[in-house]
Write a protein that binds this ligand. Structure first.
Ligand SMILES: N=c1c2ncn([C@@H]3O[C@H](COP(=O)(O)OP(=O)(O)OP(=O)(O)O)[C@@H](O)[C@H]3O)c2ncn1[C@@H]1O[C@H](COP(=O)(O)O)[C@@H](O)[C@H]1O
Length: 106
């Protein structure tokens, strides 16, 4: 069990984004522009998919951490607060995913 949250990580990323790129991987990614950060997110997502398909729990745990970190970096670069994403997820709790999918088809 850990008390570390995505909010904590988003705060670290926001701080590090302002650091010199020579001192921070986060600053280097954000400074490289949205396409670079998004490409990295895509790569990490594919690695997580491969680990999931292989049933490799240890690797999937590590790759999931990479995906979450890189997603938060992409959000930071796009100036989208994590709280906006959480609000969208909260809004979706009003109905099941299956009900939402069915409503889209009609
Ligand atoms: N959680 C992370 C985190 N997860 C993954 N990574 C980096 O993401 C990269 C993953 O890419 P790869 O495995 O493909 O490695 P790579 O080949 O070196 O990457 P590229 O050169 O291709 O970009 C590695 O360099 C990891 O170090 C992270 N870098 C930073 N953080 C967090 O951000 C904080 C601030 O880090 P800096 O911004 O570097 O100060 C850290 O203390 C952590 O809390």
């Amino acid at each position: 069990m850990t008390s570390f949250t995505l909010d904590d990580l988003a705060r670290i990323i926001a701080e590090r984004a302002a650091a010199p790129a020579s001192e921070s991987y986060t600053a280097k990614l954000v400074g490289g522009g949205p396409a670079k950060a998004a490409k990295k997110l895509g790569e990490e997502a594919v690695e997580a998919v491969i680990a999931a398909v292989q049933g490799d729990r240890e690797n999937l745990t590590a790759e999931a951490a990479d995906v979450l970190y890189h997603l938060l970096v992409v959000l930071q670069g796009a100036d989208i607060p994590l709280s906006d994403v959480m609000a969208e997820l909260e809004r979706r709790t009003a109905q099941s995913g299956l009900a939402e999918k069915a409503a889209r088809k009609t």
